[in-house]
Each structure stands twice: as structure tokens, then as C-alpha cells.
Design a protein around this ligand. Structure first.
Ligand SMILES: [Zn+2]
Length: 423
């Protein structure tokens, strides 16, 4: 009797299968799409992927028909800020977030941003700091994982780290002790302590600002103010690697960018002006490159002002660096800086810039799927449609290899085996 009841329990506890019929499948890893595929999902994982002809359909499975669409793994944006909202100067710009927005308002807006990302097919975000909202991302991640709000898988970095003189808020009377959008450290001891605190409170990655202000230099180059010393960064990297985690470094150009590489950072964020030595060092050290092209085409100051010249130089230098890195074979990962861009805008606009600058559509897709997954130490778990991976699956109309803009019209989103959006 006991044996029979256990057998019955085993039967009912196995989740019913869900079958997706994919007209075209781009699995995130293979270089070629496949036609007419059957994806079997059980629970939150992919069980099998096979040709529709001759595929064994599990009995009692519910079927999702995407036979007229292209099916891909859920997308990964590896550089976002759910706690920023586009920073419209007319609405008080960056400073209003910290000076006037109650934390609850910031949390709700961050939740809405996360939901928007998911609806657009981004089933994983690496969110690179909360901009003065402390450990708010830890709470948002919990709210998503506990099912209170829909949202992507969150890889979070909490407060971020910079130095005195190296982050906003700034420009206020020196007598005022203003709050900062990042944790400020000076010296290797404080740097290591900040990393320890952030890791202790749930940071999956540590985010460091290696440059801050930028301007057009004496020789027309993009100059940027370095922040942490190599010794300070090394303390952070050493501590973080000890926890089995990685360090993302915001770095524009010059001294700060080179300190980031000498200090052993794992990913260069933005990397607006990568000189040949930086590219060679990135190749040697296996450093990831997360360019964020789109955001540097927004909010340019007037062309005849110093800020306007700098804004245009940021974009043009970034284009050259992206092309050089692509040609050299640097590991490029998709990132947008959403939050710097209003969350009402399409995240997928970044694909268009990448392809315009010479990346093949398949390469761009892999930068937002399997390659990002490797950077996040989640290879074969996310960013791929293959047996054993999480069932993070999207569908777009038409052929993204011919028209990358179809990613701005994602029609189906599944995360963890659960369907969130279906047009
Ligand atoms: Zn950013």
C-alpha cells in the first residue's frame, strides 16, 4: 500500500510538459538557425529540443504555437540601472532621485522598470548599481524571486564604489555633507571594507567607477578623471574574487581605464576610448567589454558648447573603440545603460547600433545570450535553448538575422517556464 501511494505521488509531482513549436530556432549558441523545432519544457527547465518531424510529444502536454515566429533564448542586458529613470533635466535630473524621491517611490519605479525589461524579452539583467538607493536592488530581486512582481532574473551590484571627488551629488556648497550615488572610499583598507559590506549584503557583482568626469583633452582626445588607484582596485578585486564573484569597472579612457586593467577588473563598462594597449591587455587577460552605445546618442548639449563637443566625442570615440575591439576579437557583451535611457524606450535599440557598427546580427544575438551567460558564470543555464537550461524563451516576428529591429517587437516571453507576455 505504501509503495503504491508513493508511486502515485511521484506521478502527480512531475510537472506537466509544455511544448513550444518553433518555426525557426536561434538557440543562442549555434551559428545557424534551425527550422521546425519542438522544445519540451518541464517545470522551469528545458527537457529536450528536437526536429518537429519525428519528435515524440509527451502525453498531456500543452502546446504553444510559435511556428510563424523566430524563437530565441531570453535576452540578457548586462548593464542597466533600474533605479534611474532617464534623468530628464527638466525633472531635476540625477540629483532629484536622491534629494526629493522617497525610497518607496524609487522602489516602485525600479519594479516597473524591471517589468518593462521582462516584457521586452530581457529575462536577465545585470543591474550595475542603485544610484543612491542603497541596497534597494536586493529588495527588488527578492520581490521578483518571491513572486510579488514580475521581472527578470536579477544579477545585482548594490551601491557601487568610487572615491572622494569621484561621484555625484556634486556642485553644492562645500559646507554641506551631501549624500553620494555610490559608496565613497579612499585607500585600500576602505576599498576592501566597502566590497566586504556589499558582498555581505547580497551583491552578485561589485561595480567600481574607475573614471568620473570627462572632457575634450588638449589634443582633442576624450580625457577622463581617474578615481581609484591600482592599489585600491586590487584590494576590491582580491576580496571579490575570494568570494567567487566578479568586478565590473566603469572606465572611459586614459589613466583610469589602464588602472582598471592593471587592477584586474573582469569587465570594462562603456570603454569609450580603448587604445591599442588596452585592447591588447583585454585580450591577454580575457577581460569582457560591455560597450553601451545607445546612451551616448541621447541628451547631447548644444554643439557649440564644451559639454556639447564632449558629448559628440564620446559617441564618435565609442564607435571607433567598438569597431577596433570587434576586429581584435575582444569578448563583447550586450549592455545598454537603461535608466540613463528612459525605461519607456526600447532596450533593443542597442542591437541596431551594434549591427550598424559592423557586428553580425548572430554575433549581436550571442552577445545578449550565451556570451553574456558565460560572463555571468551561468553558461548552459541561461542564454541558450538546450536541454537542462532554464526555460527562458522569447519569440519575435520575422528573421532577426535580416532585420535586427524585430527585437523591438518581442511577441512572446517565458521566464523560468512561466509565460509573461504573449501577443
Ligand atoms: Zn551605467
Amino acid at each position: 500500500m505504501l509503495v503504491i501511494s508513493l508511486a502515485a505521488f511521484a506521478q502527480t509531482s512531475e510537472p506537466a510538459a509544455v511544448v513550444i513549436r518553433a518555426g525557426t530556432l536561434i538557440d543562442g549558441k549555434s551559428d545557424k538557425p534551425r527550422r521546425d523545432q519542438i522544445i519540451v519544457i518541464r517545470g522551469n527547465r528545458i527537457e529536450s529540443v528536437s526536429d518537429a518531424a519525428g519528435a515524440k510529444m509527451p502525453s498531456g502536454a500543452s502546446v504553444i504555437d510559435l511556428s510563424h515566429q523566430t524563437v530565441l533564448p531570453g535576452l540578457i542586458d548586462s548593464h542597466t540601472h533600474i533605479f534611474l529613470q532617464g534623468e530628464d533635466p527638466a525633472k531635476g535630473g540625477y540629483d532629484a532621485n536622491i534629494l526629493t524621491a522617497p525610497l518607496a517611490l524609487r522602489a516602485v519605479r525600479a519594479g516597473v522598470a524591471a517589468q518593462r525589461a521582462l516584457q521586452q524579452g530581457f529575462t536577465t539583467l545585470r543591474d550595475v548599481e542603485t544610484e543612491g538607493a542603497g541596497y534597494g536592488d536586493v529588495g527588488i530581486k527578492q520581490a521578483i524571486n518571491q513572486g510579488y512582481i514580475p521581472g527578470p532574473r536579477m544579477v545585482i551590484s548594490t551601491r557601487a564604489i568610487s572615491t572622494t571627488g569621484g561621484y555625484m551629488l556634486e556642485g553644492y556648497a562645500p559646507e554641506l555633507d551631501m549624500p553620494k550615488g555610490a559608496q565613497i572610499v579612499d585607500g585600500p583598507v576602505e576599498a576592501r571594507k566597502a566590497a566586504r559590506e556589499q558582498l555581505d549584503h547580497g551583491a552578485d557583482w561589485i561595480k567600481v567607477y574607475m573614471t568620473h568626469r570627462s572632457w575634450v583633452g588638449k589634443h582633442g582626445e576624450l580625457a577622463s578623471q581617474p578615481t581609484l588607484t591600482v592599489e585600491e582596485l586590487r584590494a576590491i578585486v582580491d576580496e571579490t574574487h575570494g568570494w567567487g564573484k566578479k568586478v565590473a569597472c566603469h572606465a572611459y579612457s586614459g589613466i583610469g581605464l589602464h588602472r582598471a586593467l592593471d587592477g584586474g577588473c573582469d569587465s570594462i563598462e562603456h570603454g569609450l576610448d580603448l587604445d591599442d594597449a588596452a585592447i591588447a591587455q583585454m585580450l591577454k587577460q580575457g577581460t569582457w567589454y560591455v560597450p553601451t552605445l545607445s546612451v551616448y546618442y541621447t541628451d547631447w548639449a548644444p554643439a557649440d558648447t564644451a559639454d556639447g563637443k564632449r558629448d559628440r566625442l564620446r559617441a564618435s570615440a565609442h564607435e571607433v573603440s567598438f569597431k577596433k575591439a570587434l576586429k581584435a576579437g575582444v569578448k563583447i557583451v550586450f549592455g545598454t545603460d537603461m535608466g540613463g535611457i528612459p525605461w519607456t524606450e526600447p532596450i533593443a535599440q542597442e542591437f541596431t547600433h551594434m549591427v550598424d557598427f559592423g557586428m553580425t546580427p548572430m554575433d549581436a544575438i550571442q552577445s545578449a545570450t550565451s556570451r553574456a551567460a558565460v560572463m555571468l558564470d551561468m553558461d548552459d543555464q541561461i542564454g541558450v535553448i538546450a536541454p537542462g537550461a532554464y526555460a527562458d524563451i522569447i519569440a519575435v516576428p520575422g528573421d532577426p538575422l535580416n532585420d535586427i529591429k524585430v527585437f523591438e517587437n518581442v511577441q512572446f516571453v517565458m521566464k523560468n517556464g512561466k509565460t509573461y507576455a504573449s501577443k
